[in-house]
Ligand binder design. Structure first.
Ligand code: CAA
Length: 260
């Protein structure tokens, strides 16, 4: 499975998706965004896939941004369509029930940083460099970066990072709470796959519901979020996975979850 610019490898319930345009540091051309959208939809529909890891090919970049050569000749109307296309993709990743881990193996800049931020969490290699350098090109972030960073980092850090366009090292990104782990490049994808496999062994309906509770809860007041949590919690008690998970605990055996 794969497309012109994407490699897809599915093993033991985990899909490894690699953006494969290393000559331009995996830059997101419209065609790559379309392939990503199509592939994420296919992986979401594929019963054999329980979790996804996304990375970039080569040792230099995850994704060095939206394709500047393509954007250089866009007018405002084309730029609006482009931003909305990228936002559709990041929103899809953020709302799809299956967990997605970004393995950032080098530069994650502009649209590449925004793609990583769309994922449920990020592991980075020691050589990774991250940021939103759009203002150095005379534009601003367009695939959700201003909104995501303001919520994740708070207004002051988001403002400084985006107004300067500076890049954070992997260690700085960890200190700022952008990445969960910093690993040697050679271990990065393996570690992300290992974490994905661990998640894939859990009750995926529970994982999907809590992904939704956390995402939507962040836009709610805490009492509304608690209320929403209780509704999703209760709905799981009508599932096969709840019977299986609790039954297996009582019977002292490994659960066999089906995500139903
Ligand atoms: N778009 C298109 N091509 C890109 C690219 C991008 N975002 N980033 C790198 N490339 C290309 C370069 O043009 C170069 O191609 P050629 O060999 O044909 O010249 C190739 O990839 C290798 O890049 P460099 O020679 O520049 O490599 P370097 O090691 O000297 O520098 C870098 C690496 C610092 C990442 C530098 O490439 C760079 O600054 N890239 C652009 C980063 C950027 O500004 N990203 C944000 C884009 S705007 C955006 O994403 C908008 C949005 O929010 C949606």
């Amino acid at each position: 499975m794969g497309t012109e610019n994407l490699l897809v490898d599915i093993k033991d319930g985990v899909a490894l998706l690699t953006i494969n345009r290393p000559k331009v540091l995996n830059a997101l051309h419209t065609s790559v965004i379309a392939e990503l959208q199509e592939t994420f939809e296919a992986l979401n529909a594929n019963q054999a896939v329980k979790a996804v890891v996304i990375t970039g090919s080569g040792e230099k970049a995850f994704v060095a941004g939206a394709d500047i050569a393509e954007m250089a000749v866009m007018d405002a109307q084309q730029a609006l369509v482009f931003a909305r296309t990228g936002q559709k993709l990041v929103n899809y990743i953020g709302t799809m029930p299956k967990p997605v881990i970004a393995a950032v193996n080098g530069f994650a800049l502009g649209g590449g940083m925004e793609l990583a931020l769309a994922c449920d969490f990020i592991y980075a290699s020691e050589n990774a460099k991250m940021g939103l350098p759009e203002v150095t090109l005379g534009i601003m972030p367009g695939f959700g970066g201003s909104q995501k960073f303001a919520r994740l980092l708070g207004r002051s850090r988001a403002n400084e990072l985006i107004f300067t366009g500076k890049m954070l090292t992997a260690a700085e990104a960890k200190e700022w709470g952008i990445v969960n782990a910093v690993l040697p490049l050679a271990e990065l994808v393996g570690k992300a796959l290992e974490t994905a496999a661990r998640i894939a062994g859990n009750g995926l309906l529970g994982v999907a519901h809590v992904k939704e509770a956390i995402r939507r809860g962040l836009d709610m007041t805490e009492p509304d979020g608690m209320d929403y949590e209780s509704v999703l919690f209760a709905s799981l008690f009508a599932s096969r996975d709840q019977k299986e998970g609790m039954g297996a605990f009582v019977e002292k055996r490994k659960p066999n979850f089906t995500g139903s």
